[in-house]
Design a binder for this molecule. Structure first.
Ligand SMILES: Cc1cc2nc3c(=O)[nH]c(=O)nc-3n(C[C@H](O)[C@H](O)[C@H](O)COP(=O)(O)OP(=O)(O)OC[C@H]3O[C@@H](n4cnc5c(N)ncnc54)[C@H](O)[C@@H]3O)c2cc1C
Length: 194
């Protein structure tokens, strides 16, 4: 059994500091955290995110043209996702798929205003996906509608009649419900071939 001089529960700012200080004095320390990432409210939910949100809001609300507190930030937002992706690779740190700005699934839809996303994006996007160079995507599943079938067919170069679309929509919904997950492009093509 492992033995420790100190076990710290919670890797927020206090826990991290306490654990590091004890280790500094040569103690054997275990630091226990229930969340997937250390940092507590300081890093993950409170201090840093709230200040980041505030500065981002200032930037987007027009100060972007004049700089932030007179300092030109020269933010290149179209690079922010690629940067986050690289950081994730290097650090092995996973981000939630719906994390603001960086999340993989931010502009991906299975249902809801699917058609609007492509034809009238400003009707549903709080900020344009172009701003952060994120692709607009649809995924297929049991909640898909006929617009998704049309968009996916076009994307994959299929020419479908209205009857085909209806038949395929029913087949996609059935497949999604059966597998309790999304219908892949390969499965969609297979269903389209009948
Ligand atoms: C919105 C907001 C804005 C803030 N802004 C500022 C600011 O500008 N400047 C400033 O100085 N402070 C700010 N704070 C306060 C600052 O974030 C907190 O004072 C600081 O995070 C407290 O650190 P802590 O380690 O005591 O607790 P926490 O940060 O809450 O960390 C506790 C950790 O313990 C873990 N934990 C809890 N129970 C268990 C368990 N049973 N097992 C395992 N792990 C457990 C939690 O998951 C968490 O990671 C802000 C807080 C909020 C909410």
């Amino acid at each position: 059994m492992d033995r420790y001089d100190l076990i710290v529960i919670g890797a927020g700012p206090a826990g991290e500091k306490g654990a590091a200080q004890a280790a500094y004095f040569g103690k054997r320390v275990a630091l226990v955290e229930r969340e997937p990432h250390p940092g507590g409210a300081g890093i993950n939910t409170g201090t840093v995110p709230s200040k980041t949100l505030r500065e981002t809001a200032l930037y987007f609300s027009g100060l972007g043209q004049r700089g932030l507190y007179g300092v030109e930030t020269k933010l290149r937002l179209e690079r922010v996702r690629a940067f986050a992706h690289r950081l994730r690779e290097l650090s092995g740190y996973d981000l939630e798929p719906f994390k603001p700005l960086f999340g993989e699934n931010l502009f991906t839809r299975e249902s809801g205003a699917v058609a609007a996303q492509f034809h009238d994006p400003q009707a549903i996007e709080p900020y344009s996906s172009d701003l952060v160079a994120a692709p607009r995507r649809i995924v297929l599943g049991k909640k898909s509608g006929v617009d998704s079938i049309r968009i996916k067919a076009q994307e994959l170069g299929l020419d479908l009649s209205e009857d085909d679309e209806r038949r395929l929509l029913a087949a996609v919904k059935e497949r999604g419900a059966e597998k309790r997950g999304l219908v892949t492009d390969e499965e969609f093509l297979e269903l389209a071939r009948g």
